[in-house]
Write a protein that binds this ligand. Sequence first.
Ligand code: HEM
Length: 451
Amino acid sequence: MTTKQIQKLKSPKFIQQIESTLKPLEFLDRCAKDYGDIFFTNSFGNLETLVVSHPQDIQELFNPVNKILDAPGAANEIFKPHVGENSLIMQDGERHQKQRKLVMPPFHGEQTVNYGHQICEITQQVMQHLKPGETFIARHLCEDITMTIMLKVVFGIEQEAKFEKLKTLMTTWLSLTSSPIGASILLLPFLQKDLGAWSPWGRYRRLRQQIDEQIMTEILERRQQVQSSSHRDILSLLIQAGYDDGESMTDIELRDNLLTLLNAGHETTATSIAWALYWIHQQPEFYHKVLHELQSLNTPDPVKIAQLPYLTAICQETLRIYPVSVFTFPRITLRSVNLRGYHVASGTYITPCIYLTHHREDLYPQPEKFQPERFINRKYSSYEFLPFGGGSRQCLGQVFALFEMKLILATMLLNYQFKLEEFAPVAPTRRGFLISPQGGVKMSLAVDTAY
Ligand code: HEM
């Protein structure tokens, strides 16, 4: 077989970085149009990276039997200021697998189900602050809910003053990098200069330090308490858990991993729910179908809600059309590999592009259209539909995130009536590392809210 040549983007590195920071989806659409489903880009920091989006390539690469890829922590350097150097995102090899094994259990299976009622209660509590007729931004509301879930369910913070303090610090810190311009200090490392408390990087670092101190205080206090009481929050479970060799996480590891969970878990889920609310209310047909399905449950039990097929399809299509994370984390090839006739050398950085796979016309006809029925009519493989990535770094919170998404949406739709206050299609835009609805989706609460 003749080897095909993989093309490199022709524009200068600096232009690629600016375009992918400011207009990420337009940039990718153009790359796919001009270069197809496999190409080299220089848009990620200093690394030349191979972008792939053909399911066959993704399957070949992610299949654990093939042992082609490593997921180096060093390739995630760009996330270090956001998660800390002891985060599992920054680890690789055995250390990474060890930390994952310890952090994963509370986010899976039966454990997740235990948090269902708490998730529904928190949604109700936050919703109660909204007044009938009031206009609100869906993403802000959902962030309030998912941040509260993280701080109460994951961190187990019960005391109101402590909860409010950490919530305010986190919200202020994250808002610094929320606009495409603000995100530049994370995506373009040469801007990371601490020129005092009022410079963008100086402010970012000082707030991060305050957050670290606050989380550390929480860890030290909880260490004392877990001996004497039966806390069921995830921090208490992590403090008690041990690696196979009897070692357990140090305080610094715990701190950075809590920050990781908070960062990786709250905005991603909130943004996805805001998108889902937008799509559900954009066409009456979607709203009536999902509400009818929810109302058909005699008791809205969390486990039953999570199994509803149409609600599941709504969530899947939401995560397909504008996946909050456009790429997986970067990987590196451990050996050379042939991908559909393209030769890829050993030591090549590769990142599967979730967005481009989800927009392939051959998999998803009319990919720009929101059509939940696709997921009812066809079962997609994990190489065709991968909002949570794949392989050894696949999202650790995916089961929890989908459960949370469905329960929050169900609690909202069953108890309140909303109106979409957007009169033009809402476009996707960059928000920090994520893709988010521009303006956050303006909605209002109907005056007669009770069902
Ligand atoms: C809709 C919500 C979410 C989406 C779309 C999402 C998506 C992703 C993606 C694409 C990755 C990279 C996977 C890869 O490189 O192959 C990832 C990693 C990760 N996610 Fe999520 N995520 C979500 C929610 C959550 C939640 C709720 C948590 C935890 C509470 C979480 C924790 C993590 C962690 C810790 C990693 C890094 C895993 C590792 O390095 O081994 N995520 N997520």
